[in-house]
Design a protein around this ligand. Structure first.
Ligand SMILES: Cc1cc2nc3c(=O)[nH]c(=O)nc-3n(C[C@H](O)[C@H](O)[C@H](O)COP(=O)(O)OP(=O)(O)OC[C@H]3O[C@@H](n4cnc5c(N)ncnc54)[C@H](O)[C@@H]3O)c2cc1C
Length: 384
């Protein structure tokens, strides 16, 4: 029997291992953490959104990475649901189309998944430290070890939330081996703001039913004011544009044109206070009014400030805090089966590849789809 090494036990690595085992190959899974899939379990703390219930074309468009299209076509939202179902884990679709396990956490799903992967050999607490010919070197509690294999699937994750395992310490060894990399950058990240002390009482406040405009893109929904700055799905959705340094504008009344905002304000008595005018004409009060004061002064042209308030921030929160990352192993380094051109028989999958996706289940779906794709290509390689 041929042996496959899967390095990294997050959703991508586990998906690769599942395919390799199903094809009858012996699998050894290595992870430097003492337990597997820590980021997957952390994702479960906020409900575990495993996919987005939409046709594959929509998934592909939202992720917007053509190299992933065939992988998503083979393992799309319906397949994720069927896979969870096959593990005896019921899922449901929320009003936004996001799909969650009924249990609303990751541990029962992970337990069932690992039970299915029981035949694989596990080496936990082993850190991959570099290539060694056709095999690999590891730092282990017992010292340096070497493992060889017929095929290898790397699934080391991205470069955020290092404490959960994906610390990107593998990167220099890949660069030394001449594997082209796109620098990691934060995705689905918050922004830093130097708030005035007036804003303190609003930290934690959600800003709902607003739109954000950045570099020609408009997104509608909600975000949150935090001590550090701005967070939440609406901010995360603009990560690619924000990374270019493009200015960010808040539309406080997305359902009204600037002329309608002006007309409503003009109807209020001239001697009315600014806060009463904003509240009575436009329903702008509390944290929304505070944002106008914080970023809109002088409030001379109020309608235009209401429709396009510049949100002055000082850049992205640190990479390690980002929900996910952009960048990673460059597509040019890989063939169609996700095999490293420089390392025949060695494949890459998951967030360590150069793609990014918004939150909403896309990340786990694409990580698993690439894991399965690499696992299948690795099995084909061995069987050839
Ligand atoms: C707070 C939070 C919430 C999230 N919520 C969701 C969600 O609801 N839905 C969603 O779709 N996505 C969510 N995500 C993103 C999702 O969890 C990741 O995109 C996904 O886990 C990536 O899978 P992966 O297998 O590529 O990498 P990872 O899950 O990061 O796994 C990589 C593994 O490789 C191991 N490893 C790394 N380096 C080495 C080494 N040198 N030697 C040995 N092992 C190594 C790590 O220990 C780790 O176990 C969330 C992320 C965070 C941080």
């Amino acid at each position: 029997m041929s042996t496959a090494l899967v390095l990294g036990g997050g959703p991508a690595g586990l998906a690769a291992a599942e395919v390799l085992l199903a094809r009858g190959h012996a699998v050894t899974l290595v992870d430097h953490k003492p337990s597997l899939a820590r980021k997957f379990l952390m994702a479960g703390k906020s409900g575990l959104n495993i996919t987005k219930d939409e046709p594959v074309g929509d998934l592909q468009r939202t992720i917007g990475c053509p190299q992933l299209d065939p992988m998503l076509a083979e393992f799309d939202a319906a397949d994720v649901r069927a896979w969870a179902d096959g593990l005896g884990q019921e899922v449901f679709t929320g009003s936004s189309g996001r799909v969650f396990p009924v249990a609303m956490k990751a541990s029962p799903l992970l337990r069932a998944w690992l039970a299915r992967l029981e035949p694989m050999d596990r080496r936990l607490g082993w850190r991959w430290v570099g290539f060694d010919g056709a095999g690999h070197d590891f730092d282990t509690p017992e010292g340096r070890e070497h493992l060889g294999a017929d095929v290898t699937v790397f699934a080391f994750g991205g470069a955020s939330w290092a404490r959960l395992g994906s610390d990107a310490r593998w990167l220099p060894a890949f660069e030394e081996a001449g594997i082209p990399m796109v620098p990691f950058a934060p995705a689905n990240m918050g922004l830093c703001v130097d708030w005035s002390r007036h804003m303190e009482r609003y930290f934690g406040a959600p800003i709902k039913n607003v739109a954000l405009n950045c570099a020609g893109r408009r997104v509608v929904g909600e975000f949150v004011l935090s001590r550090a700055g701005l967070e939440g799905s609406l901010i995360y959705a603009l990560s690619p544009e924000l990374r270019t340094g493009a200015p960010l504008f808040l539309d406080l009344k997305p359902g009204l044109s600037e002329a309608e905002v002006a007309a409503r304000l003009a109807k209020r008595p001239a001697k009315e206070s600014l806060s009463n005018r904003l509240r009575k004409a436009l329903g702008i009060a509390g944290p929304l009014a505070a944002l106008l004061q914080e970023f809109g002064r002088p409030l001379d042209d109020l309608p235009s400030k209401v429709k396009a308030l510049p949100l002055h921030h000082t850049g992205a929160r640190p990479l390690d805090e980002a929900i996910s990352v952009a960048g990673g192993v460059a597509w040019g380094a890989l063939d169609d089966g996700l095999m490293l051109r420089a390392k025949p028989g060695m494949y890459c999958a998951g967030e360590m590849l150069d793609w990014e996706a918004p939150t909403g289940g896309y990340l786990i779906t694409a990580s698993m789809a690439t894991g399965r794709w690499a696992g299948r290509a690795a099995a084909d390689f061995m069987e050839r």
